[in-house]
Each structure stands twice: as structure tokens, then as C-alpha cells.
Design a protein around this ligand. Structure first.
Ligand code: 5GP
Length: 191
């Protein structure tokens, strides 16, 4: 999507370690009008899927998911990142390794928030190695919910997560797909 690529070119900052900083418009400071426009694109792509819930993971996914949920008129659920691996009780839980922080967490949601009747759209800011999406998919599978797909703002295709998630049979729609990225050579988008 040209709008997204242009904004990354203008305001994205490439850091060592394969990290694209988008803090001034997508992560820490949110350009709400811009993100709502992107949410309308996800709506155009998924409007016939009878989405009942949008699922994301804290923290950076939450604001984005809320703005994307507006045209769908559905609730947003976010998985919390808990430290403990042995949580029990009325929760669904799946382990996730954080790409940016290098730490391990357990993504958890209360069981009452997802059911087999739900048709879930996953939303996240980045798709790198796919750990975050795999965890959200696991949570949906534990609940018996249907995954209609995943809407991702930025996919770094060269990190392989998108291919893996698609390999699990999940439809992934990414607004910008980065083919390669380095501090020296800048960003190349997929065609
Ligand atoms: P994955 O789980 O697919 O390896 O990585 C996705 C998660 O890591 C996203 O939720 C996002 O928060 C973070 N992430 C991965 N790559 C980047 C990046 O280049 N920039 C930023 N800001 N976050 C990233």
C-alpha cells in the first residue's frame, strides 16, 4: 500500500539489529487519522468475513487494533504478556519470544473473551519472525474460534514469519512488505 510505504520512507528510522522505528506515527505517538485510514483498508479486505472480534497483543498493538476495529464495529481483545510460564485457571496461554526485546513471555487471555462462535481478525504492528502471530493463533485454536486472517501494518518478509504463518493456512494481509532493510542501503519494498 503506497500510503504506508511513503510514510515509512518519510518517518521510519532504521536501527541496527533489523529494527524499524515507527514511534512517531505508529507506536508511541499515534497518528490517529492515518491509522484510521489504514484500518479502513483492513475493513475493505476483511469486510465479508463476518468478523466478531479483533485480537492483538500488548502493548503496541492495542491502539492500532482499537482504531482498526471502528469500521468493523466489534470489540478488541488484547493478550497480556505475563512473565510466568505456569499460569493456570480460566485462561488461554501461549508462549511468545519478543523480537525487539529478546525476552520470553506467556501471552494470556481470559477464557470468557474468546469462544467457538467468534470469527477473529488478528492485528499487529509488525510481522518479523512470526512469534507474536503464532501465539495469537494458538490462543484462538485453544478457544475453538475461527481465524479469518491477520492484518499487519509492516511485514519484514526476509525474516520468514509471514511465510510460516501463511503456511499454517492463515490469510495474512500486510500494508507494507519490506524485502530488505539496512542502515547502509535503506529499505526496499516488495513489488
Ligand atoms: P515477530 O513476533 O513476528 O518476530 O515480531 C513481531 C513483534 O515484534 C511485533 O509485535 C513488534 O512489536 C515487534 N517488532 C518486530 N520487528 C519490529 C521492528 O522492526 N520494529 C518495531 N518497532 N517492532 C518490531
Amino acid at each position: 500500500m503506497k500510503l504506508m510505504e511513503d510514510r515509512i520512507r518519510k518517518d521510519g528510522i532504521i536501527e541496527d539489529g533489523d529494527v524499524l522505528k515507527v514511534g512517531t506515527f505508529l507506536n508511541q505517538q499515534l497518528d490517529t487519522r492515518f491509522i484510521r485510514t489504514l484500518g479502513e483498508e483492513f475493513y475493505r479486505l476483511f469486510k465479508d468475513e463476518n468478523v466478531t472480534k479483533i485480537l492483538t497483543i500488548e502493548a503496541s498493538g492495542i491502539g492500532l487494533a482499537c482504531l482498526c476495529a471502528l469500521p468493523f464495529d466489534v470489540p478488541v481483545v488484547f493478550a497480556k504478556k505475563a512473565k510466568s510460564n505456569n499460569m493456570t485457571g480460566e485462561i488461554y496461554a501461549s508462549s511468545v519470544h519478543s523480537f525487539t526485546h529478546g525476552t520470553d513471555h506467556t501471552a494470556v487471555i481470559p477464557k470468557i473473551m474468546l469462544s467457538p462462535e467468534d470469527r477473529v481478525l488478528l492485528i499487529d504492528d509488525f510481522l518479523a519472525r512470526g512469534q507474536a502471530l503464532h501465539a495469537l493463533i494458538d490462543l484462538c485454536e485453544q478457544a475453538g474460534a475461527t481465524i479469518v486472517g491477520a492484518g499487519v501494518f509492516v511485514e519484514k518478509t526476509y525474516q520468514g514469519g509471514g511465510a510460516e504463518v501463511r503456511g499454517r493456512g492463515v490469510r495474512v494481509e500486510s500494508l507494507a512488505k519490506i524485502k530488505s532493510m539496512s542502515v547502509e542501503d535503506g529499505i526496499e519494498f516488495c513489488d
